[in-house]
Design a protein around this ligand. Structure first.
Ligand SMILES: [Zn+2]
Length: 214
């Protein structure tokens, strides 16, 4: 039975690396996968990049108003057509998409995550969604909140705080200074000062924030 998986973590917990590795594992067995990501992340458009230097283009982007199930169905049909063009259908087992992998899943809307569950249950294709659990104010992103509610399987990808404890939160720095107010999404290019993030444990976060949580 296909399942909806949510693999979440703080920033820099290797989510894109894990996604690209999962895609590779499927393809090494001769299976087909589709990679998608929300279009809100304008920093490098449709590219999925891991901090280790691996990159790969997404097969499709998901805009805020997109119907994810319809988009997936169109790309699934394309994969089947392309495969049949290469190999006559009666000479081989029918080709299908073995898995849909989603990068930056925190930026999906609630309705789009609902569609992921429909793809899994009604269309029979597993979905692996990777994303950040909470924003810089420790609040769940909309897509992550819905994934935590719906996923068959939750897996935390861990990374370490500067103090050595497991990081839970993502503190925002603007021009090298911690800030605890602002929009949920800050894109580098739109900001006069450079916005960066540091993955932190709860102890270090509360020390920097003076006890504030969002
Ligand atoms: Zn810490």
């Amino acid at each position: 039975m296909a399942k909806l998986y949510f693999r979440y973590g703080a920033m820099n917990s290797g989510k894109s690396t894990a996604l690209l590795q999962a895609a590779y594992n499927y393809e090494e067995r001769g299976q087909h996968v589709l990679l998608a990501k929300p279009g809100i992340d304008t920093k490098d458009a449709d590219r999925i990049s891991s901090r280790l230097g691996m990159t790969r283009d997404a097969d499709f982007l998901i805009r805020p108003d997109d119907d994810v199930r319809a988009l997936f169905a169109a790309h699934r049909a394309r994969v089947r057509r392309d495969a049949e063009a290469l190999i006559p259908a009666d000479d081989a087992a029918p080709v299908d998409v073995a898995c849909l992998l989603i990068d930056e899943a925190q930026f999906l809307t609630r309705d789009q995550v609902d569609d992921l569950l429909r793809i899994v249950v009604l269309d029979g294709v597993p979905v692996l969604a990777y994303g950040i659990r909470t924003d810089f104010q420790t609040r769940a992103f909309p897509g992550s909140r819905r994934l935590l509610e719906l996923a068959h399987s939750l897996e935390e990808l861990k990374t370490i705080c500067r103090c050595g404890r497991k990081a839970l939160f993502n503190a925002r720095l603007v021009g090298g200074r911690f800030v605890f107010d602002g929009d949920q999404v800050a894109i580098d290019e739109l900001s006069a000062d450079r916005v960066t993030y540091e993955s932190m444990c709860a102890q270090c976060y509360l020390r920097e924030s003076g006890g504030r949580l969002g």
